[in-house]
Ligand binder design. Structure first.
Ligand code: NBP
Length: 483
């Protein structure tokens, strides 16, 4: 038998679809799964009539592959990835490549890259985004790991990935060790933010303006033809218009408790570790936590009062304001996401290509949108752009949207409708554009109670002062550090 080009372990939804995609693109793939019966089910089921080869042991899988062997794991993130690495190692040879295509934590990928390299092999940790449909017809693929491995997987990864502008692949090398999984994690965090913003827009339309599902379906249809054109707006349009056999809207029957698998939380944790004010994504994660407290909320709703506000303004004008609030907040979310990646790149010594990342997210993945094309343009204009808000295009877009954005936040507060993502985005914007914040008082407080010292506006940075505020403290100061 002619040897196979690629091996894949993990025949759940992502693995099966990615393998079928590889087969369509002319690659011969061998597959294996922990529960071995699923191999035969796949070969005689979804893979019937393809060139895909089923194998029943790790040894058999390794034996049917060309050298250097390229084996991707698409299994549950966490211990299963370490377990499969251990199972593979005895059979692999120098230069073979283990690829983890699951949603692994970037810290694990940093550790695994160094471990696998220490065995003479190469390692790739890659984000694969786009869910079932993406895996089948073209995902966004974000690989990082051992740089020497890239030339061995580039052909197959770029062939199966999504394409934009006719033939530009949504896949390129991200960077060493955990860079690919870090960028995928940030993508997922941004996805949490985008989804929360859309939910807030829905809440405002439904509960301030009293719009019905059909009206909201039409509004999202219109929005999807404009600047908000994106996969998530498109599916929201379809969800709002979807009726079951009885003609009832399914959206109204879905329990309001959000699930999560952890990548949004990792993004927020990383931002806290880096000291980056990633407020919008973090609020999106916290909003999911709040939604999950369903029983508590039901009890509280019987006891706690809100606002008696009723909207009596121009409904259509307010829908336009909601659009602008969503759009401006989205700009803030991506600004913060890019700030985080910039900080991580410095921390982990990654040479990230920010425009290239926007391009990889342009197609195939859940946050794909026209908007990412504008981010790519911003980095094409200025590869060293320090902050997206300072790009001429985004600056002027926020300028145009901000009056509507402010009206939405003010109205939401009056009406008692929570808009944590939109309002935290505005608070960030108003803080970021301020030359002077009230942190002078904060530093005085820290110095007052803990002798933490402060810098002065009339002295050079880096000189620290202490005031004996009460007249009873001494001159001893605390050591200075920044968390
Ligand atoms: P799952 O995340 O549900 O994983 C299923 C696979 O993991 C099966 O092959 C299963 O083997 C194997 N597995 C499990 Br579960 N526990 C194992 C263990 N202890 N040891 C060895 N193997 C084990 O599948 P998925 O939804 O296709 O996702 C695959 C990866 O891709 C995950 O990391 C996921 O986070 C990521 N991802 C998923 C999506 C999506 O939309 N679903 C999108 C992007 C990325 P078995 O058949 O023997 O139980």
């Amino acid at each position: 038998m002619e040897k196979c080009d690629f091996g894949l372990i993990g025949l759940a939804v992502m693995g099966q679809n990615l393998v079928l995609n590889m087969n369509d693109n002319g690659f011969k793939v061998a597959v294996y799964n922990r529960t071995v019966t699923k191999v035969d089910e796949f070969i005689t089921g979804n893979a019937k009539g393809t060139e895909i080869v089923g194998t029943h042991t790790i040894e058999e899988l390794v034996g049917v592959l060309k050298s250097p062997r390229r084996i991707m794991l698409l299994v549950k993130a966490g211990a299963p990835v370490d377990d499969f690495i251990e199972l593979l190692l005895p059979y692999l040879e120098e230069g073979d490549i283990i690829i983890d295509g699951g949603n692994s934590n970037y810290n694990d990928t940093i550790r695994r890259t160094s471990y696998v390299e220490s065995k003479g092999l190469l390692y790739i940790g890659t984000g694969v985004s786009g869910g079932e449909e993406g895996a089948r017809f073209g995902p966004s693929i974000m690989p990082g790991g051992s740089p020497e491995a890239w030339s061995h997987v580039k052909d197959i990864f770029q062939a199966v990935s999504a394409k934009v502008d006719d033939d530009v692949p949504c896949c390129d090398w991200v960077g060493k060790d955990g860079a690919g999984h870090y960028v995928k994690m940030t993508h997922n965090g941004i996805e949490y933010g985008d989804m929360q913003l859309i939910c807030e827009a829905y809440d405002l339309m439904k509960n301030i303006l009293g719009m019905n599902n059909q009206e909201m379906h039409e509004t999202f249809t219109e929005w999807n033809d404009g600047k908000l054109d994106s996969y998530l707006i498109e599916i929201t349009r379809d969800i709002l218009g979807y009726q079951d056999e009885d003609g009832e809207y399914v959206i109204d029957k879905i329990l309001d408790t959000a699930g999560q698998k952890g990548t949004g939380k990792w993004t927020a944790i990383s931002s806290l570790d880096m000291g980056i004010p990633l407020t919008l994504i973090t609020e999106a994660v916290l909003s999911r936590f709040l939604s999950a407290l369903k029983a508590d909320r039901v009890e509280a709703s019987k006891v706690l009062s809100g606002s008696a506000y009723t909207f009596d303004g121009d409904k259509m004008a307010f829908v336009k304001d909601i659009h602008d609030a969503l759009y401006a907040s989205k700009i803030i979310s991506y600004t913060q996401g890019y700030m985080l990646m910039r900080s991580a790149a410095a921390e982990y010594n990654w040479d990230l290509n920010y425009g290239g990342i926007a391009l990889m997210w342009r197609g195939g993945c859940i946050i794909r949108s026209a908007f990412l094309g504008k981010i790519k343009e911003a980095f094409d204009k200025d590869g060293e752009l320090n902050n997206l808000l300072l790009d001429d295009y985004f600056k002027s877009e926020v300028d145009t949207a901000q009056s509507g954005w402010r009206r939405v936040i003010a109205t939401a507060v009056e009406a008692g409708i929570p808009v944590p993502a939109m309002s935290s985005a505005l608070a960030f914007y108003d803080g970021y554009r301020r030359e002077r914040l009230p942190a002078n008082l904060l530093q005085a407080q820290r110095d007052y109670f803990g002798a933490h010292t402060y810098e002065r506006t009339d002295k050079p940075r880096g000189e620290f002062f202490h005031t004996n505020w009460t007249g009873t403290g001494g001159d001893v100061t605390s050591s200075t550090y920044n968390a």
